[in-house]
Design a protein around this ligand. Structure first.
Ligand SMILES: [Zn+2]
Length: 326
């Protein structure tokens, strides 16, 4: 090969990912993929907190078959791009009740030869409200991994986490995936709380922080101390880069950073990081299509990562670890 021969790093990276078995989409919500309508598209610039309630209309009206067909379409789209495993949250709450559970069981049965799927319960109504808690307990029994969203129970984040840990232990020691530090704001330090709670509950190596975006808004000394705490807790992280680009502008002051979790620092600290595609064509991310390369491209540019082996691991083996599939 001549010294001036062209090198195509995208091609090289895609080949590495293929030889490692294909993409792992470690975070998604396939039960509400493809539910965008022309009506609710107009609301897609609402705050994250408002969006938590916006899919309720669909969830209340949808049949199990409606949910199943959206989920199946998402899984087929992933298989078509060579995804070997996917972790998907499914809503289990007073609005959708057990409809997504029933659809998920059908997906498990129908796609078991095509892709590895791990289901995680989404607690979009929190776990403090008594009715929401009942549905959380039902979801916790069905799923492979216990899911959390402490921001929904604002002011009770520690209590929310305690309830998740107790449910995970009660249901045979299931792993946990927790939406955490989603706001990208310096006043939010919930990843630290999650690391502390993980150690307190003796759950090292079984907990995954999903997003941890607010870490990027913390000063360097805090970040470095936090990475040590995360390592002590054996906390893993899943990032969904395109979702972070949609963070709204704020006048808060913080260290200058791209709107993304500091993945390059976490890798240097020895923390396992996986990649997720998050929402698909819904009120949260109307234009998202579940394309894993788009997520990877955004990650490697925003965190300026040029180590192709590390990137291939993020896209494959690390994702498997976060789903308990290694
Ligand atoms: Zn999510």
């Amino acid at each position: 090969m001549s010294a001036t021969a062209n090198f195509d790093p995208k091609k090289a990276l895609l080949e590495k990912i293929r030889t490692q078995g294909g993409w792992v989409n470690a975070h998604s919500h396939i039960d509400r993929a493809y539910i965008l309508t022309e009506e609710n598209f107009a609301l897609s610039n609402s705050s994250l907190q408002q969006k938590w309630a916006l899919p309720d209309q669909f969830k209340a009206a949808a049949t199990v078959d409606d949910i199943y067909s959206n989920m199946a379409r998402a899984v087929e789209m992933m298989c078509a791009q060579g995804v070997q495993a996917v972790g998907s949250f499914i809503d289990v709450d007073p609005v959708i009740q057990d409809k997504a559970i029933q659809a998920a069981q059908k997906v498990r049965d129908n796609f078991k030869n095509d892709i590895q799927i791990k289901f995680i319960n989404q607690v979009v109504k929190g776990v403090m409200d008594p009715e929401a808690r009942e549905w959380f307990n039902i979801g916790a029994e069905f799923v492979d991994i216990i899911g959390g969203l402490p921001e929904k129970d604002e002011g009770h984040e520690a209590e929310h986490l305690d309830i998740l840990f107790e449910a995970a232990k009660k249901n045979g020691g299931k792993m946990m995936h927790v939406h955490i530090d989603q706001y990208g704001m310096p006043n939010q330090r919930d990843t630290e709380l999650l690391a502390k709670k993980t150690i307190e509950h003796g759950y090292q190596g079984k907990v995954v922080a999903v997003h941890s975006l607010s870490i990027a808004a913390q000063p360097l000394t805090y970040r470095q101390e936090l990475y040590e705490q995360m390592k002590a807790a054996e906390l893993m992280v899943v990032v969904c880069p395109l979702a972070y680009i949609a963070s709204h502008r704020s006048e808060e002051l913080a260290p200058i950073h791209n709107s993304i979790t500091p993945v390059e620092e976490m890798l240097a600290a020895g923390i396992t990081v996986g990649l997720g595609g998050d929402n698909i064509n819904d009120i949260y991310m109307p234009f998202a299509d579940g394309d894993m390369w788009s997520e990877m491209r955004t990650l490697l540019e925003a965190c300026y990562i040029r180590d192709l082996d590390a990137l291939a691991d993020i896209a494959t083996v690390n994702g498997l670890k976060t789903l308990g599939l290694n």
